[in-house]
Write a protein that binds this ligand. Structure first.
Ligand code: NDP
Length: 457
């Protein structure tokens, strides 16, 4: 049984039966049968279903936002915004997939070369709980528009979301088994994910989650010689130079750190600040973290909800405690509230140095980590002194100088004077332990296709 729990209260929400290997085998075979019909549909037919899905997401945004907030605790307004963003990604790929997958023609020594982008088959998604709709829809929309099928293993604490998403695809008119969710007992995840990856129906796998999950799944995919895309953790550096518009930088740092209670791969995780402005910057950050409202995620005034699971809240607290023991200064927060639910308050750590968890580990909670640097070279060196390389940001009124720094950062993206965001029109992904491959944009839709060459003399 999978048991879901409301992180705002600690109370049980629902119980769901888990699947055994035989049931998963049937799901995969049914998905494959629907894929074989779907692959020969026109872009127009696929577009009709995807547009209807976008409409349903918009019409039912509050209903689905409620499931998200109940299961993983993000403030309701953020949950509704997440569902609406899913509608955007569906519209985007409905409108652009055909153009992105247009065959390319060239002349080669008098012969004709044609490159076509054909579907691969059924793609497995291993998905997390932090953006339980967005992570899934940004993976699914391009894959289905390219003519593939999908089987998703969601994180168990968002099983209600998993079931609701599966129904949305059916209601939108997609073939009944083209998009399927599987529900797996925690003790069986490793074995049954291996079973799916080895299964002849599964042609590739995409993981969004921790580096550990990515390593485990990619190792199995490698052994089975199946393609993988990995969207893993991050510890995004936000470099604040002495000529930055401080109000703008503080706004972006606080918003980027508190969104979803800090549980985002592209959250603002390390504030790397020039020593000339560190006093003023720190004062403003503390003020903002002190006034951020934490509480019931359904209350309109709430900015910070609970952490999604008790073990994850305990991990954040232990990272803060171990950083303080290693010499970091705790300027605000840093305690577990004596109340129901898995809340963790906005917290500020300054004087963070190498050897502290706040310096080197991904902290998945509302914890601002402030690191002082003497000059731009040191800022770049510290930003790159991380096993992760997902997003990054630089704040300076001199955009050329900021761009010069951005080019030296080991990251999948760098945003200037604003927080890091994902956008259907731009590729999203990382380097180093943050994974490989790209989602979104025309780059993302080409990850799960057979780039097929035709040669006509
Ligand atoms: P996980 O990476 O364990 O979970 C993400 C997904 O991967 C879940 O569906 C999970 O399933 C699955 N998974 C984990 N291990 C395996 C495996 N061996 N084989 C197949 N699937 C697997 O994240 P957690 O929920 O444990 O969170 C831990 C930390 O991971 C967070 O504190 C954060 O640092 C990071 N994280 C990063 C995310 C991001 O967007 N970058 C998203 C979520 C977490 P199951 O839960 O059933 O094991």
């Amino acid at each position: 049984m999978i048991v879901t729990i409301n992180p705002a209260t600690g109370e049980q929400l629902a119980e769901y039966p888990v699947m055994i290997a035989g049931q998963i085998d049937s799901v995969l075979r049914q998905a494959d049968a629907d894929f074989r019909r779907w692959r020969s549909t026109s872009f127009g037919e696929r577009r009709t279903c995807m547009k209807r899905l976008a409409e349903l997401l918009r019409e039912q945004a509050e209903k689905h936002g409620r499931i998200i907030t109940l299961e993983m605790g993000k403030p309701f307004s953020q949950a509704v915004a997440e569902v609406n963003k899913c509608a955007w990604v569906c519209d985007y790929f409905a409108d652009h997939a055909e153009e992105f997958l247009q065959p390319e023609q060239s002349e080669i020594d008098g012969a004709k070369g044609i490159v076509a982008f054909e579907p691969l088959g059924v793609i497995l998604g291993v998905m997390p709980w932090n953006f339980p709709y967005w992570q899934v829809l940004r993976f699914a929309a391009p894959i289905l528009m390219a003519g593939n099928g999908i089987v998703v293993k969601h994180a168990p604490n968002v099983t209600g979301c998993a079931i609701a998403i599966e129904k949305l695809f059916r209601d939108a008119g997609f073939p009944e088994h083209l998009y399927r969710a599987v529900h797996i007992d925690l003790d069986e995840v490793d074995r049954l994910t291996g079973f799916m990856i080895d299964h002849p129906v599964i042609k590739a796998v995409s993981v969004t989650g921790s580096t550990g999950a990515g390593q485990a799944v990619a190792a199995k995919a490698g052994k089975a010689l199946k393609r993988s895309v990995l969207e893993l953790g991050g510890s995004d550096p936000y470099i604040v130079l002495e000529d930055a518009d401080l109000a703008q930088a503080v706004d972006a740092c606080v918003a980027g750190r508190l969104l979803n209670a800090g549980q985002s791969c592209i959250a603002a995780k390390r504030f790397i600040v020039r020593k000339e402005i560190i006093g003023e910057f720190t004062k403003k950050i503390v003020q903002r973290m002190q006034t951020a409202v934490m509480g019931d995620p359904f209350a309109k005034s709430t900015e910070v909800g609970p952490i999604a699971r008790e073990d994850l809240r305990d991990l954040v607290h232990s990272q803060v405690q171990r950083s303080v023991e290693a010499g970091a200064e705790l300027l605000w927060g840093g305690h577990v509230p004596n109340a129901p639910g898995w809340y963790y308050p906005p917290t500020v750590l300054s004087g963070v140095k190498p050897g502290m968890p706040a310096y080197s580990e991904e902290i998945f909670g509302p914890v601002a980590t402030i690191i002082e640097v003497a000059d731009d070279d040191e800022a770049v060196a510290i930003a790159n002194d991380s096993e992760f390389g997902l997003g990054s940001a630089v704040f300076s009124q001199d955009v050329e100088r900021a761009l010069g720094i951005a080019r030296r950062l080991e990251a999948g993206s760098c945003f200037i004077n604003t927080m890091v965001k994902s956008d259907p029109r731009l590729p999203f992904g990382g380097v180093k332990q943050s994974g490989y491959g790209r989602e979104l944009s025309h780059h993302g839709i080409r990850e799960f296709v057979n780039i097929k060459t035709f040669y006509l003399p």
